[in-house]
Write a protein that binds this ligand. Structure first.
Ligand SMILES: NC(=O)C1=CN([C@@H]2O[C@H](COP(=O)(O)OP(=O)(O)OC[C@H]3O[C@@H](n4cnc5c(N)ncnc54)[C@H](O)[C@@H]3O)[C@@H](O)[C@H]2O)[C@@H](O)CC1
Ligand SMILES: Nc1ncnc2c1ncn2[C@@H]1O[C@H](COP(=O)(O)OP(=O)(O)O)[C@@H](O)[C@H]1O
Ligand SMILES: [Mg+2]
Length: 284
């Protein structure tokens, strides 16, 4: 039997943890965002900025060389590691141990990048969020799913979900296929849409925030950064997914009266993360 839960303010307050007064950047979590390719460095800029603005102490990105200046100039707070390749990632290499890793925004699907993801998944044990081209690469070679460690968060939009689980004829079939997939591979699926549902085996959590203003480029990349941030801050995996999706939607609800549906862009999600957190505080 499926256990379905609406994610409202009450559910969020059960999960939300206020930072300790004596905390410092060294214990607020260090997140790594891996992604970007020529022409899609913006996806990593959005994701890493959202990661910082969701409370992570330190954020490093791993990107192709062509993104170095872009990242350093657009977000000076983020640290940058680069691949040996100019336009795509060919080997995931980093010399520290992050508390969480987000992979996929703007990553592209070059053969070199596919191989790099394969090698990385073989040995990785760090909590992981996989999005966008990270998921598309896995869809092309489903054997990679056997290498994905339990409790990995995947964040497909409907097309990415279809590439992973196959087509469906009804909402019921989509849900039952997604639940089977979550159980079989022990992954938490953030099934993006209106509304977004989070699936953890038999448990289905339905988000109650967000609106059509979010239907704009890069809002998913931002969500990846937000969930990765919460994971790096030691939230339980399921709580990181639930809280990230709720806050992400809340930014659009807060901004809507000022931006309208049309002029809201992914950067407006990031700009309103602070207000979204503050509205949680008011509820306490
Ligand atoms: N500024 C940037 O650098 C951006 C980079 N992006 C990156 O671009 C790459 C490709 O991602 P895309 O998602 O654009 O391409 P995809 O080919 O994965 O998805 C686009 C397809 O999915 C369908 N689709 C998307 N959302 C849907 C929904 N809610 N319901 C039904 N169908 C839906 C679209 O109609 C289209 O056919 C990713 O790596 C992504 O991270 C995008 O996030 C856009 C912004
Ligand atoms: N009509 C809508 N109502 C609510 N949320 C939406 C709507 N359209 C898109 N979203 C949200 O916006 C985000 C889009 O993610 P995604 O498609 O991956 O964008 P991108 O890849 O461009 O970053 C998801 O979180 C999704 O739930
Ligand atoms: Mg996306």
């Amino acid at each position: 039997m499926t256990n379905s839960i609406y994610i409202d303010q009450e559910e969020i307050l059960k999960r939300y943890k206020q930072p300790d007064k004596k905390t410092h950047k060294g214990i607020q979590g260090h997140a790594l965002i891996i992604g970007g390719s020529y022409g899609k460095i913006g996806a990593v800029s959005l994701s890493s900025k959202a990661c910082l603005k969701t409370g992570c102490g330190l954020v490093t990105v791993f990107i192709p060389k062509c993104g170095y200046d872009i990242l350093q100039i657009s977000i000076p707070e983020v640290m940058v590691l680069t691949d040996i390749q100019e336009e795509m990632i060919s080997n995931f290499t980093f010399d520290f141990t992050p508390q969480a890793i987000g992979i996929g925004p703007g990553l592209g699907q070059a053969v070199e990048t596919q191989n790099a993801l394969h090698q990385f998944l073989k040995t990785n044990t760090i909590p992981l969020v996989i999005d966008a081209d990270g998921l598309n690469i896995i869809s092309k070679n489903k054997k990679l799913l056997d290498l994905v460690q339990p409790k990995t968060v995947i964040t497909p939009h409907p097309k990415e979900l279809e590439r992973l689980i196959g087509k469906w004829d009804s909402e019921e079939e989509k849900m039952s296929k997604a639940i089977s997939f979550s159980k079989q591979h022990q992954v938490i699926i953030v099934m993006k849409g209106a509304p977004t549902r989070i699936i953890d085996g038999e448990s289905v959590y339905e988000n109650t925030t967000g609106n059509a203003a979010l239907a704009t480029a890069g809002t998913g990349d931002v969500l990846t950064g937000m969930i990765t941030s919460l994971l790096a801050q030691s939230y339980e995996t399921i709580d990181a997914a639930i809280l990230g999706v709720y806050l992400h939607g809340l930014t659009a609800d807060i901004a809507l009266p000022e931006t309208g549906y049309q002029s809201f862009i992914a950067s407006d999600v990031i700009a309103n993360i602070g207000k979204a957190f503050l509205s949680l505080k008011k509820m306490v």
